[in-house]
Design a protein around this ligand. Structure first.
Ligand SMILES: [Zn+2]
Length: 263
């Protein structure tokens, strides 16, 4: 499922390939991913305009289409972007294809169709209406401590809660907790100031490193949990078998030896 680093990677890809070209058509192959807008309306609003710039917040990507309209993309479980040169065939699971005057196209590919495409007028208003918290890479240490330190519940559930901090999903939450050596079920009240500081630093490190590696799992450091999680996986730090448990409604992988629960 695309999390902050994947969506940031899509943003950079879109910025690199798809800006400043006149949109000549929008081919909606499956209107299921459209939210609050018909295929006809989407085409009518975008035709003749250009994607001018983009902005990411959490797992949402906003693309400014002209002075007053933003295309909002959410990648759901399996969404991604693919830029196609003239003559290149779109993936079978492309749901919406933006066609440019240059004969190039940008495909919104989404096998499982949990993705969302919408047109909105105001990004801040959208974030407020949806009650989406600050972006995980936009907050400083004191704000992070204020958000995480004072809550009840498993620390992992707090990291996953998009209303508190936007952008972290299941895989990177596990990675962050592993790096910070914090057990996912830990109650934040039991975390020391040093723990919270380590958790904050781990959050920034993991998200930024994943972005720098373009979220290519084959290039992630072998010291990361992500490359070992799953059945028969061993802890890259101590070699013991990794454990899994449902925490915050999601399957969590962790090392019970390296990530001790605070007493
Ligand atoms: Zn370990």
């Amino acid at each position: 499922m695309p999390e902050l680093p994947e969506v940031e990677t899509f943003k950079r890809y879109l910025d690199r390939t798809s800006l400043h070209q006149r949109i000549t058509n929008v081919e909606v192959r499956d209107a299921y991913v459209l939210k609050g807008i018909s295929a006809r309306e989407l085409t009518r609003y975008l035709e003749g305009h250009r994607f001018e710039n983009s902005h990411r917040h959490g797992k949402h990507l906003f693309v400014r289409a002209n002075g007053e309209l933003w295309l909002r993309l959410h990648f759901g479980m399996t969404g991604s972007l693919e830029y196609l040169n003239d003559g290149e065939v779109a993936p079978k699971t492309a749901r919406v294809i933006f066609c440019f005057a240059t004969n190039r196209r940008l495909a919104f590919d989404d096998q499982r169709k949990f993705g969302e495409i919408e047109l909105i007028e105001d990004v801040d208003e959208f974030l407020q209406t949806r009650d989406i918290g600050p972006d995980a890479l936009e907050i400083g240490l004191s704000k992070f401590k204020a958000i995480v330190g004072n809550r009840r519940g498993a620390v992992k559930a707090i990291l996953l809660n998009q209303q508190l901090i936007a952008g972290i999903g299941n895989l990177y939450a596990d990675e962050i907790l592993f790096r910070a050596r914090v057990h996912p079920a830990t109650q934040p009240a039991t975390l020391s100031d040093t723990d919270l500081r380590r958790l904050f630093r781990a959050t920034r490190y993991v998200l930024k490193k994943a972005i720098a590696l373009k979220t290519d799992f084959n290039r992630l450091p072998k010291s990361w949990l992500l490359t070992h999680r799953g059945k028969r996986g061993g802890c890259p730090r101590c070699g013991r078998a990794l454990k899994s448990a449902t925490i915050g409604g999601r399957t969590s992988w962790f090392c019970a030896h390296c990530q001790k629960r605070a007493a």
